[in-house]
Design a binder for this molecule. Structure first.
Ligand code: ZN
Length: 68
């Protein structure tokens, strides 16, 4: 058992390939069995999610302020 491997598994859990249902290590962006390309979540999408949450929070606070 290699401790480095455990750390890697913790940080990057293996994903199930939609193409062949095999477990693919998260650091592999392409399935070694069927060659399926995993869509990589881009930082831009994360950014959009963050701003979406901020806007929702601001709207929520605004509605709460109007209620009182
Ligand atoms: Zn596959």
């Amino acid at each position: 058992m290699k401790p480095v491997r455990i750390d890697a598994d913790k940080t990057f859990p293996p994903r199930e390939c939609p193409g062949c249902a095999m477990e693919v290590p998260a650091n592999n962006n392409r399935c070694p069995i069927c060659g399926y390309d995993f869509p990589n979540p881009s930082p831009r999408q994360k950014h959009m999610k963050f701003w979406g949450a901020v806007i929702m929070l601001v709207l929520f606070i605004f509605v709460m302020l109007r209620l009182f």
